[in-house]
Write a protein that binds this ligand. Structure first.
Ligand code: ISE
Length: 339
């Protein structure tokens, strides 16, 4: 039950995404305010709360969720902390927008699914923000229209300027390609059934020991082949592209030809520096849609099932890397709550 006219949101995790969501809810989103900010680092939580009117700082998730000022939760802490926070939110029957990953592995994601089913209604939206990007939305509606015939293949490119410290070879799959796993499933309305991972020679830009770039091939239960080039130390900027090859045509997004400048013997546009900038509008739309749905008493967007399915594909992907072979995805049956 929502107690306030404006949705009181507890933002959990005051890192990069958490702090950005605090700014977004305070300055961009309508119908919501940040009622609480939670971080294990109490000083960090206090520093952020100090800049937001009426916002309380906590270093304990359960205490924040018990606060009468809190109607909903935006979970932006590290993935390892998600399961406990989600189960606590379920105890209070609070709606949650959970940044990806739902949880770090399929077994814990399945436990969350079971707990949500015990509640009897959906409470979780997973933060796969690409579903709110206007280019991806256009591609989805074109594919859904059937105008190009059935999709046969997808080519995806995902490039980051540089990898964060401690980024591992597995994280190219379960932190980066995780977005393509969701978007491919969503665009096609199909589940991913197998993963193969190949590695070319590593870039000299990559830190010692990091296999970067990698080339991933997914098969789906609808017979589509989808490849992803992931390159997280591309240096020049942040770029995400997708092309669907259908029976009667192709459709491609991510070229970002919004403005081309010709000057000094060259022409071209700009490349966004990072994902926060590239997907800024998508994040804005995602959070607004979550707030609006929550205030209507609904849960929309990517579900805990989507979070679980992606966790299962991630597991297969990391095995495909280490065992150097095609790995089939093991997926539980889809419960009625998520059909
Ligand atoms: C990061 O965690 C994200 O979610 C970004 O969207 C993605 O582009 C990046 O590769 C990930 O590390």
């Amino acid at each position: 039950m929502i107690h306030h006219d404006s949705l009181g949101v507890a933002v959990i995790g005051a890192g990069r995404m958490g702090a950005d969501h605090v700014r977004r809810i305070s300055e961009v989103t309508s119908g919501a305010h940040v009622a609480a900010i939670v971080d294990l680092d109490a000083d960090r939580a206090k520093a952020i709360a100090a800049g937001v009117e009426g916002c309380a700082a906590f270093d304990d998730v359960a205490e924040a969720m018990a606060s009468p000022a809190v109607d909903a939760v935006l979970l932006a802490s590290p993935g390892v902390a998600h399961e406990a926070a989600l189960l606590t939110a379920f105890d209070h029957d609070l709606p949650v927008l959970c940044e990806k990953p739902l949880t770090p592995d399929a077994a814990s994601a399945l436990r969350v699914l079971k707990a949500e089913q015990r509640l009897g209604h959906r409470r979780v939206q997973v933060g796969f923000m690409r579903r709110y990007d206007h280019e991806y939305l256009k591609l989805k509606s074109l594919l859904d229209s059937g105008e190009l015939g059935r999709p046969l293949m997808m080519h995806n490119r995902h490039r980051n300027p540089s990898s964060p410290p401690d980024f591992t070879t597995a994280m190219l799959i379960n932190d980066s390609v995780t977005h393509e796993m969701d978007i491919i499933r969503w665009l096609l309305g199909q589940e991913i059934t197998s993963v193969t991972v190949m590695r070319p020679t590593s870039s000299g830009n990559a830190p010692q020991g990091l296999a970067d770039p990698q080339f991933v091939v997914f098969e789906t239960d609808g017979g589509v082949l989808a490849d992803v080039e992931i390159y997280v130390n591309a240096r020049y900027g942040y770029q995400v592209q997708a092309e669907a090859v259908c029976e009667n045509g192709t459709a491609r997004i991510g070229d970002r030809h919004d403005m081309l400048v010709t000057s000094r013997g060259r022409w071209g546009g700009t490349v966004t520096p990072g994902f926060v900038e590239r997907f800024e509008e998508a994040y804005d739309r995602e959070v607004q849609a979550w707030v609006d749905a929550t205030r209507r008493g609904e849960v929309t967007g990517p579900s805990a099932w989507d979070g679980y399915a992606v966790a299962a594909v991630c597991e297969a992907g990391v095995r495909a890397q280490t065992e150097d072979r095609r790995i089939a995805v093991e997926l539980a049956d889809r419960p009625a709550l998520y059909r």
